[in-house]
Design a protein around this ligand. Structure first.
Ligand SMILES: C[S@@+](CC[C@H](N)C(=O)[O-])C[C@H]1O[C@@H](n2cnc3c(N)ncnc32)[C@H](O)[C@@H]1O
Length: 361
């Protein structure tokens, strides 16, 4: 999903003028302010709680950032939980980099950070040049974005800009990352960057001590992270009811658990079926539909095994005690989920069931 169509149309007009006129050299500030004013007047660019701005999404119900504050979210939900401050020369992959709030916050906490920004929408990148994010590091990000627009080589730069679908760019990236900011629009509206297959590609590009952060706590997303090999834990809940997600590649320390209810729902309920996109090129409608089909199949299998529980029962913990015992073990959430799933889908039982159906057993 992209930002609001009307907004993109307006930005495009200004963007083409600026590019054709070499960014007006001295006068760009006034030009940028004019664009910002027009978007605010048309109620497309919206002020958030900390005074920084966000844009409406294609689906106007959704904004690009939290209402509580776009920069506040970047600092409290992404930069601080990533522990970027105490990492040495961290390499950051900023997926869905948008205006660059997360990149600005990353540099603010660690000036040595190397950042690869990946953003599909050129107009969003351009608008960043016209905004004033109140951290001086925004100037560094603006310079890189401007270099990108001027067609200058960014290959050896500390901050690189990739204006492409993240699913295409991910395989080509030549670095291993310590931190991944995953900041796509919500999986309910657009799951293309929340699939197991895309998450597996991210996993391959991360260092062993790497961490991925997303504001989303969606069950199929967390389930996809577990299937891709991550150890999942709960992040801060800035401006939302549920916490963000912090996922580690191979943590060398004890990782906090997500809630026991979420562990059970991911492992045992059809809600825990993740999104899939094997060739990394499906459209969102296809990904959503395929997941629905897989949920139905999973439900049928569980019913035939006599192991189907409604999500309500799973949430209440009104299930076989063997599952609850796993949750009392000294394990991280990903281990708990995998163990519960294994118990649920005991291979021998499934084989027995299949043979019985074929009248062989
Ligand atoms: C929630 S906003 C991210 C905000 C951003 N992190 C910031 O600091 O301003 C989501 C962004 O993802 C971009 N996007 C959507 N689909 C994408 C894709 N397939 N690959 C890369 N970026 C994408 C949108 O254009 C939008 O700018």
């Amino acid at each position: 999903m992209l930002p609001n169509k009307k907004a993109i149309g307006i930005i495009k007009k200004y963007m083409n003028l600026a590019i054709n006129n070499n960014f007006f050299e001295e006068d760009f500030n006034e030009f940028g302010k004019k664009l910002v004013r027009e978007l605010i007047d048309k109620n497309l660019l919206v002020k958030t709680g900390d005074g920084t701005y966000t844009l409406k999404a294609e689906d106007e119900e959704e904004l690009m950032h939290s209402k509580i504050g776009a920069l506040k979210e970047a600092v409290e939900k992404f930069a601080i939980p990533s522990n970027i401050k105490s990492r040495k020369n961290p390499k950051v992959l900023d997926l869905c980099s948008g205006f660059g709030y997360n990149a600005v916050a990353a540099l603010h906490f660690n000036k040595d950070a190397e950042i690869d920004m990946v953003e599909l929408c050129r107009e969003v990148l351009f608008l960043s040049l016209c905004l004033n994010i109140p951290f001086k590091e925004h100037e560094i990000i603006k310079n890189s974005i401007k270099n990108f627009f001027m067609g200058e080589e960014t290959k050896n730069l500390k901050i690189r800009v990739f204006n492409e679908d993240a699913r295409k760019v991910i395989k080509r990236l030549d670095k291993k990352y310590d931190i991944v900011f995953h900041d796509a629009f919500s999986p309910q509206r657009d799951p293309i960057l929340y699939t197991v297959d895309f998450l597996k590609e991210i996993y391959k590009k991360m260092n062993n001590n790497g961490v991925l952060i997303s504001y989303s706590s969606s069950i199929p997303f967390r389930s996809g992270l577990v299937e891709a090999g991550f150890v999942i834990s709960e992040g801060p809940s800035v401006g939302r009811k549920r916490g963000a997600t912090i996922a580690y590649k191979n943590p060398s320390f004890e990782v906090g658990r997500i809630s026991e209810i979420d562990e059970r729902v991911i492992a045992l309920s059809t809600v825990g079926i993740p999104y899939r996109d094997v060739h990394l090129n499906a459209i969102k409608e296809e990904i959503i539909k395929n997941r629905e089909v897989e949920r139905e199949e999973f439900k049928r299998t569980l019913i035939s095994l006599g192991k189907y529980y409604s999500t309500k029962r799973i949430k209440k913990g009104n299930i076989d005690n063997e599952f609850l015992k796993i949750q009392k073990m000294d394990l991280n959430s990903s281990e708990v989920i995998k163990k519960m799933r294994k118990l649920l889908l005991n291979r021998n039982e499934i084989l027995k069931q299949t043979l019985m159906q074929k009248n062989i057993y």
